[in-house]
Design a protein around this ligand. Structure first.
Ligand code: AP5
Ligand code: MG
Length: 191
């Protein structure tokens, strides 16, 4: 099983590229943000408890997100591979992720970090916000807050994978096809 962590700031293209990678390699895709939004849409107790974090652009508590990923992995351990989009987002999540994967005899193969300049990120999210319906896309203030959270709490997770020799950085600007080709080069080099 090949496990890819797709990493980068809000709006860098994780969801867009995950969809393409999923089709190209025939592997699974899980976005913790999507899982949380689905809980909110369904009005579950978990969803209601997550709503405030998402709408303010803050991270959900580690133990809740780790629990979601643990049950996802238990359900998908026979998959050919998986793209983890937006997880892990803290070092505590990265450490727990390694332990959960190890329990199933699995590991992370690579973190692909998609780099896009800040103003382009804001431009992309504001554009999407016109019709995404996402509470955290609605105002520039919340979008910039999400970027601050990324720099303060999440960016450092790249060091965790770099220390294990499992880190690759790609340029996330240009067309979606160009970005896809850069990521595919990294993945193909693993096999
Ligand atoms: P999450 O859903 O993960 O959102 P995010 O990281 O803020 O990122 P986005 O989904 O906004 O962007 P993306 O990188 O997927 O880019 P996309 O492909 O959509 O998380 C949301 C919230 O959930 C968090 O704030 C937190 O509250 C909570 N959460 C989630 N995971 C968590 C965790 N592990 N721990 C704690 N809390 C967690 O692209 C963006 C736009 O740009 C699209 O419109 C797209 O069409 C466009 N675009 C893409 N590529 C290009 C390109 N090359 N050129 C031009 N436009 C492009
Ligand atoms: Mg996304």
């Amino acid at each position: 099983m090949i496990n890819i962590v797709l990493f980068g700031a809000p709006g860098c293209g994780k969801g867009t590229q995950a969809q393409r990678l999923k089709e190209h390699y025939g592997i699974e895709h899980v976005s913790t943000g999507e899982v949380i939004r689905d809980e909110i849409r369904r009005g579950t107790q978990l969803g209601r408890s997550m709503e405030g974090y998402i709408s303010r652009g803050q991270l959900a508590p580690d133990e809740i997100v780790i629990g979601m990923i643990a049950s996802y992995i238990a359900d998908h351990k026979e998959a050919k591979g998986c793209i983890f989009d937006g997880f892990p987002r803290t070092t505590a999540q990265a450490e727990a992720f390694d332990e959960i994967l190890a329990q199933h005899g699995l590991k992370v193969d690579i973190m692909v970090d998609i780099h896009v300049p800040e103003e382009e990120l804001v431009r992309r999210i504001l554009l999407r916000g016109k019709d995404s319906g996402r509470a955290d896309d609605a105002s520039e203030e919340v979008i910039r807050g999400r970027l601050d959270v990324y720099h303060a709490q999440t960016a450092i997770v790249s060091d965790y994978y770099a220390a294990q020799g499992k880190y690759a950085s790609v340029n996330g600007t240009g067309t979606m096809d160009e970005v896809f080709a850069r990521i595919a080069d990294v993945i193909d080099a693993l096999q």
